[in-house]
Design a binder for this molecule. Structure first.
Ligand SMILES: [Zn+2]
Ligand SMILES: [Zn+2]
Ligand SMILES: [Zn+2]
Length: 98
């Protein structure tokens, strides 16, 4: 994903929600597998990424308009806003460096 320097109000006030589980429930129910997991930062739902067959994180955004997801992958520390197409490392959140 490209790093763009756009403004995002959603990320400015974000308090990161960590994943409660490391599965995509929708994929599990369908008997499908996924590649990476994303955590909705509005409701905490864990969904699969765009490299996965079912792209549940993007679908969740389209259905609910919850704008921000965080990566649930170990070693990945970014958050992404679908609405503004802004990606940021978690480390810069909350310190006004937007
Ligand atoms: Zn935003
Ligand atoms: Zn899924
Ligand atoms: Zn959500």
């Amino acid at each position: 994903m490209p790093l763009r320097m756009r403004k995002c109000q959603h990320l400015q006030s974000l308090v990161v929600i960590d994943p409660v589980e490391h599965v995509c429930r929708k994929c599990m129910e369908m008997g499908d597998t996924w590649v990476h997991l994303r955590v909705c930062q509005t409701c905490g739902e864990v969904n699969c990424c765009d490299s996965s067959k079912n792209r549940h994180a993007t679908r969740h955004f389209r259905e609910t308009h919850h704008p921000v997801v965080a990566s649930a992958e170990p070693g990945e520390d970014w958050v992404y806003c679908y609405e503004d197409e802004v990606i940021r490392p978690k480390a810069v959140l909350g310190n006004g460096k937007f």
